[in-house]
Design a protein around this ligand. Structure first.
Ligand SMILES: NC(=O)c1ccc[n+]([C@@H]2O[C@H](COP(=O)([O-])OP(=O)(O)OC[C@H]3O[C@@H](n4cnc5c(N)ncnc54)[C@H](OP(=O)(O)O)[C@@H]3O)[C@@H](O)[C@H]2O)c1
Length: 433
């Protein structure tokens, strides 16, 4: 065991914070062999009167994050609240020369530029393994294990809540509203599920991965993001008939003009592909590296102990750095002149599934194919479903070859404006993984 114990100041002792303390208090033999010793010296919570599941020294728990940050015995501030002021606390801790570990994806995605530069300037560190994909060590793998590679592409299922919902819808266990209500009742979805179902949670995680894997600059709001709110059981059924499964995917790859194509949206993927078979609340990330080729990371993307495992791995990294007298190793997170912006989604080239309801009369299909051809969109297959007796309309499903998003949006607007189309065309992007 090393001589010096590293003083930890914890802001937040909820689900993840409690897991972190439990792991630290039962330090594994692997951690002990790495010569790491920690002591949780001070904690801030919202309500100090709540009985906690872990035992800490008398008087260690208070309600003032500043007292944690500025305690001379605290060398590492661990922020695990997800609260609105977290950005300010992290900044204050780094400014005070402390190392910081956080699980807060929103702060890292939205304020990364400022916080990593501040950490470098102050000689501190800012580690965030738990912010993306919970227990999967994807950050560390990209920053060190795969550092010899140019990452060519990244496809991920980064949000457990929506993957759980899509899995259940795919199994035919209910419609969107029913499954969401059940997920909320079981605590899998937040009372306000907007961040998850809108895709923004996955977009923030993709912005973080984009910074590391592609040296991309931009926040979650700078990349294209479409959620699962409009996915219907009938879309899932239509996908199944074609041999596809719908997943909320996070995708990043290089463009020919030096930008980074980054997008989050529901996508049809071949049902036999690996990502189609990531079920329930699990996460997965498939990476193609220039030297390693394909690599897949799979595991629990959230949960108390998986997330705590990631937080503690950051603490051990910091302890080893301190033990060897090494300085901050954050340089790779600070973007330089070579940083690439996210590309405009309209420049992406993708395959599309279109589903529309049209009047059942001669010449309709010809007009639609003509409109698509005008925008240089070529059709891979057309399926016309049986006539709907009540409305006298038929359902048309068109799968296209690769086309530019800008052209596709223009063509769909033109199709929807025709007098024989009923309602808006449903468009789902396809990825042949
Ligand atoms: N849970 C997961 O599976 C998971 C997975 C990945 C990432 N994360 C991230 O980890 C972080 C923590 O999540 P969690 O699930 O552990 O949350 P949680 O169970 O709600 O716990 C939050 C903790 O922060 C404290 N807190 C909240 N506002 C505070 C304030 N203004 N001042 C001081 N303390 C405050 C709370 O105090 P009280 O206990 O007194 O209420 C509680 O101890 C979040 O950023 C979350 O996004 C969580």
């Amino acid at each position: 065991m090393g001589e010096e114990r590293i003083g930890i100041g914890l802001i937040g002792l909820g689900t993840v914070g409690t897991g972190v303390v439990q792991i630290l208090q039962s330090a594994s033999s692997a951690m002990r062999r790495k010569d790491c010793a920690f002591e949780v010296v001070r904690v801030a919570v919202r309500d100090a009167s709540i009985k906690r599941q872990v035992q800490l020294a008398d008087g260690a728990i208070g309600t003032d994050p500043a007292a944690v940050i500025h305690d001379d015995n605290v060398q590492v501030v661990v922020e695990l609240t997800g609260a609105a002021p977290a950005y300010g606390w992290i900044k204050e801790a780094l400014s005070a020369g402390k190392d910081v570990v956080t699980a807060n994806k929103a702060v890292i995605a939205e304020h990364g530029d400022e916080l990593f530069a501040l950490a470098q300037d102050k000689g501190g560190d800012l580690l965030f393994e738990a912010a993306v994909a919970g227990g999967i060590p994807i950050i560390r793998s990209l920053r060190s294990g795969l550092v010899a590679n140019r990452v060519e592409s990244l496809y991920g299922i980064l949000n457990g809540t929506t993957n759980y919902m899509m899995t259940r819808m795919t199994r035919g266990e209910g419609d969107y509203d029913e499954i969401l209500a059940e997920a909320q009742a079981k605590g899998y979805a937040e009372p306000d599920p907007t961040m998850d179902v809108s895709g923004m949670d996955a977009a923030q995680k993709l912005a973080i991965l984009g910074r590391i894997a592609f040296h991309a600059t931009g926040t979650g709001s700078d990349l294209f993001c479409e959620g699962i709110e409009n996915i219907q059981s009938s879309d899932i059924e239509a996908a199944r008939e074609l041999g596809y499964t719908i997943k909320l995917l996070a995708i990043a790859k290089h463009t020919a003009d030096g930008k980074v194509e980054a997008r989050v949206h529901p996508a049809m993927v071949p049902s036999e592909s690996l990502l189609a078979n990531i079920h329930d609340e699990f996460n997965a990330i498939e990476i193609v590296g220039s030297a390693v080729g394909n690599q897949v990371f799979y595991g629990a993307g959230a949960g108390q102990m998986p997330t705590a495992s990631a937080v503690v791995s950051d603490l051990v990294e910091l302890a080893q750095r301190r033990n060897t007298g090494a300085t901050t190793a954050i340089g790779d997170m600070v973007l330089d002149d070579e940083a690439a912006p996210f590309a405009d989604i309209e420049d992406s080239i993708i395959r599309y599934f279109l589903r529309m309801r049209v009047a059942d009369r001669p010449g309709v299909l010809a007009q639609i194919t003509q409109l698509l051809a005008t925008d240089e969109i070529s059709i891979a297959s057309v399926i016309q479903k049986e006539r709907d007796l009540e409305g006298g309309t038929v359902q048309l499903i068109i799968v296209t070859h690769e086309a530019r998003e800008r052209s596709m949006r223009k063509a769909v607007a033109a199709i929807d404006a025709l007098d024989f189309t009923e309602g808006a065309t449903r468009l789902i992007r396809m990825e042949d993984l």
